[in-house]
Design a protein. Structure first.
Length: 133
């Protein structure tokens, strides 16, 4: 299996201190669930703060996010604990719609960006748009 999207995601958007273990988990089929699960409640601890372009529980309702989607609506790899959407390639717009209805963490990996939806919790759901630039 080709893990280039996962490798790019880890090398570009994850804090250096967290990269090695997460890369191992995301590229090892038996550990992949563990890697995605890390974003359920600890997303902020893993993400490089310098790469966060937008964040917030209302991310999908923000005009800046809608503009970003229109400019970057490319095929993206979706990683999720929901088996029905895991490892699908979808246009960014469709991937976001599926992530919104998911009850688990979802990682949407684009060529120069990523969108991370943490697991929904009582207080809300962390959401991040990450960009290389």
């Amino acid at each position: 299996m080709d893990y280039s999207a996962e490798k790019h995601f880890v090398q570009t958007f994850i804090r250096k201190s967290r990269r090695e273990r997460l890369l191992y988990e995301l590229t090892t089929p038996k550990k992949r669930v563990d890697g995605v699960s890390r974003f359920c409640h600890q997303a902020r601890e893993f993400l490089d703060p310098e790469k966060i372009l937008l964040e917030g529980e209302d991310l999908e309702r923000r005009p800046e996010f809608a503009q970003f989607i229109r400019r970057h609506d490319e095929l993206c790899l979706v990683l999720s604990l929901d088996f029905w959407q895991d490892e699908q390639y979808l246009p960014l717009k469709d991937a976001v719609v599926q992530a919104i209805v998911s009850l688990d963490a979802v990682l949407i990996l684009g060529s120069t960006f990523a969108v991370v939806f943490a697991e929904p919790m009582k207080g809300g759901r962390e959401k991040y748009l990450l960009s290389e630039s």
